[in-house]
Ligand binder design. Sequence first.
Ligand SMILES: C[S@@+](CC[C@H](N)C(=O)[O-])C[C@H]1O[C@@H](n2cnc3c(N)ncnc32)[C@H](O)[C@@H]1O
Length: 279
Amino acid sequence: MSTENAAATKMIRITDKEFLDLTTFVKSKYGIDLTKKRVLIESRLSHELSQRGCTSFQQYLDMVKSDQSGNEMTTMLNKLTTNLSFFMREKEHFIFLEKEVLPFFEKTRKNNEFRIWSAGCSSGQEAYNIAMLIDQYFGPRKGRWDTTILATDISMRVLTKAQKGIYTEQELSGLPATWRSKYLVPRPDGTFQICDKIRKEVVFRPGNLMEPFHFKRPFDLIFCRNVMIYFDAPTKDSIIKKFYDWTSEGGYLFIGHSEGIGSNSRYRYVQPAIYQRRS
Ligand SMILES: C[S@@+](CC[C@H](N)C(=O)[O-])C[C@H]1O[C@@H](n2cnc3c(N)ncnc32)[C@H](O)[C@@H]1O
């Protein structure tokens, strides 16, 4: 928004009742806890209200709830959640994958397949990063392996970016130089696109972690990093339970280093932010 527009947009205040309605609704449908984000809600949504001619948050929320297309809901969530992601985030996980998980799977897997889920994938960096690591690890042997990655998020905006796989030079700064030249294709406008080979390894889909999970088979690796920070303890417990049910025996769950899985979980602790379902 330009300074002029910002000045022209008068901040619309949220009442206590509207704040309660909005936070309860978002919490029950998406698990996202916004009860400490009053200022953020006002500042990030005020402009949306004005643009739609709404004079109160109640009017806006009614409109969001009644929009059958779900577009308004998506816009609201995009404004309220943080989609920050970057390549090589929490590098220890990639080291563990390369040194422990992949060699073990390669030795023990009979069907040459393992299933991976990036849950809360944002704009795709995590899923592509895993695909690059797997390609790098297997090298010429990769052709014998089916390692498709499912990547899901509630935000259509980030999924659209993820699917394109186009990043700026700055967004790629975490990647090793050799990976950049191997897996990224420069574009005329100065940005870079993930190469076809790696893009084909990832399937992006919309998905809300609050809803029941329906998959054909369990996953060997589930990454849900820096997503559950939004959820309160009961919501987190119930999502972790669902993850457990959809982790294969001996499979792993990776969470963000600033997150925990609580004490009720049946996962075995492996190392910080890595858990395993017992065989
Ligand atoms: C901070 S990003 C994390 C991205 C990536 N996992 C990483 O660690 O870099 C959090 C993502 O979780 C998504 N998210 C939040 N609540 C969700 C829900 N209920 N279901 C699915 N995705 C959700 C957000 O849309 C956002 O893209």
